[in-house]
Design a protein around this ligand. Structure first.
Ligand code: SAM
Ligand code: SF4
Ligand code: SF4
Length: 350
C-alpha cells in the first residue's frame, strides 16, 4: 500500500537565495516528463526495433502523481525556476493533463508550456488553454506525407498534426513553435518546403540538429545537418538576416526573413554547444532529477517524496544536486561519448 502523500504547502517555501551550479549557472527551466509512452515511434527517438521489442515502459505506480509533481515544482520555483515545460514521451497521453497544468500555472510567476507531437491537440487545446497553459511547441518533421509517415513509423498522416496546430491556434495558444529534427538523407529535402509553408503564418519554425541522445537511435555525425547549412539552404530561396536573442542563454539562434515573412530558429546542439548558458533541469516520469539531457544517471526525488521528507529537506536535496552540477556534454562530445550508454529522451523528457 502507498504511504499517505504529503500535501502541497499553501505557501512557497522561503527563497533559498541565488542557487548556481559549479559553473555558475542558475536553475531557471524545469522540463517535466509526464509519461514515457508515445503514440509515435519516431526513428530518431523511439525506434520500433527497440521500443516495441524488449523495452520496459514504466508501470503506473512508478509515475509521479500530479500532487507530487506540483510539490516539487514549487520547491524548484523557490530555487529560481520560472518556466516549466511538460514533455515526455507524448505528454497529451497523460490523462487529465490539464489538471496538472492548472496546478503548475497557479505557482506565482510560473510560465507553463508543452511540447507535443500535436495529434491530440484538437481534443485538448481548449482545456489546456483554459487551465493556464501559455504556449505549445509542436514537432513536425516533414510536410510530405510519405516521409512523415516513415519518420513517425506509425503511419500517422501530416494532416493530423496540421489539424493540431490549427486547433492550438484557434484556442489562443499561438504563435506556435514548430520543431523539425533534421536527419540527413531522411527529411533534409523538406527544409525549404517547411520554411515556405510556415513563412507568413506567424508561427516560428525551428530546425533541430539530430542529437546522440539515448542509446537506441543509431546516431552518426554524418546524419547531422549543421544549422549553418540549414540557414544557407533557406537563405538561397528566401534571404535571411540574424536577429538578437530574446534573452541570454536562448537555445535557438534567431533569423528573420528580410522581406518581413516572419522568423525561424536553429538549435545547434551538436555543432555549436550552448552548455555554458544551460539553465535546464529535468524531472523524469518517475521522479528522478537529471542535470543534463545526456546524463547517465539521475537523483531519486520520488524516494524522498514518499518517505516522506519535509519541504526543507527536499529543497536542500535539490539545491545540493544543482550545486554539484558540472555537465557540459555537448562541449565535450566525441565519437566515443556518442557510444556511451545514456538515458532515452522519452524517459528523461525532451
Ligand atoms: N512527444 C513530444 C514531441 O515529439 O514533441 C514531446 C517529447 S519529444 C522527446 C521532444 C522533442 O525532442 C521533439 O521536438 C523531438 O523532435 C525532439 N527529439 C527527439 N529525439 C531527438 C533527437 N535524437 N535529436 C534531436 N531532437 C530530438
Ligand atoms: Fe514520441 Fe516525441 Fe519521441 Fe516522436 S519525438 S517518438 S513523438 S516522444
Ligand atoms: Fe545543457 Fe547538457 Fe545540453 Fe549542455 S549537453 S546544453 S549541459 S543539457
Amino acid at each position: 500500500m502507498l504511504r499517505q502523500r504529503p500535501s502541497i504547502p499553501a505557501d512557497l517555501p522561503a527563497p533559498t537565495g541565488r542557487l548556481v551550479d559549479s559553473r555558475g549557472r542558475p536553475v531557471k527551466d524545469l522540463r517535466i516528463s509526464v509519461t514515457d509512452r508515445c503514440n509515435f515511434r519516431c526513428v530518431y527517438c523511439m525506434p520500433k526495433a527497440v521500443f516495441d521489442k524488449d523495452y520496459a515502459f514504466l508501470p503506473r505506480e512508478s509515475l509521479l502523481s500530479f500532487e507530487e509533481i506540483t510539490r516539487l515544482a514549487r520547491l524548484f520555483a523557490a530555487h529560481g525556476v520560472t518556466k516549466i515545460r511538460l514533455t515526455g514521451g507524448e505528454p497529451l497521453l497523460r490523462r487529465n493533463l490539464e489538471r496538472l497544468v492548472a496546478q503548475l500555472a497557479a505557482i506565482p510567476g510560473m510560465e507553463v508550456t508543452l511540447t507535443t507531437n500535436g495529434v491530440l491537440l484538437p481534443r485538448k487545446a481548449a482545456a489546456l488553454k483554459a487551465a493556464g497553459l501559455a504556449r505549445v511547441t509542436v514537432s513536425l518533421d516533414s510536410l510530405d506525407d510519405a516521409t512523415f509517415r516513415a519518420m513517425n513509423d506509425m503511419d500517422v498522416p501530416v494532416a493530423d498534426v496540421l489539424a493540431g496546430i490549427d486547433a492550438a491556434t484557434a484556442a489562443g495558444l499561438g504563435p506556435i513553435k514548430i520543431n523539425m529534427v533534421v536527419k540527413r538523407g531522411m527529411n533534409d529535402h523538406e527544409i525549404v518546403p517547411l520554411a515556405r509553408h510556415f513563412r507568413g503564418s506567424g508561427h516560428i519554425l525551428r530546425f533541430i540538429e539530430f542529437m546522440d541522445v539515448g542509446s537506441s537511435n543509431g546516431w552518426r555525425l554524418d546524419d547531422v545537418v549543421p544549422s549553418a547549412e540549414v540557414v544557407r539552404r533557406i537563405g538561397a530561396h528566401f534571404p535571411l538576416e540574424p536577429v538578437d536573442p530574446n534573452y541570454t542563454g536562448e537555445v535557438a539562434e534567431r533569423w528573420r526573413y528580410a522581406d518581413g515573412g516572419g522568423e525561424i530558429g536553429v538549435i545547434s546542439s551538436v555543432t555549436q554547444a550552448f552548455c555554458s548558458t544551460c539553465t535546464r533541469a529535468r524531472l523524469s516520469t518517475e521522479g528522478r532529477l537529471y542535470t543534463c539531457l545526456f546524463a547517465q544517471s539521475g537523483h531519486d526525488l520520488r524516494a524522498l517524496l514518499r518517505e516522506p521528507r519535509s519541504d526543507a529537506e527536499l529543497s536542500a536535496a535539490i539545491g545540493a544536486v544543482w550545486q554539484a552540477r558540472d555537465d557540459r556534454y555537448s562541449e565535450i562530445r566525441t565519437a566515443a561519448t556518442a557510444g556511451l550508454r545514456k538515458i532515452e529522451m522519452s524517459y528523461i523528457g525532451g
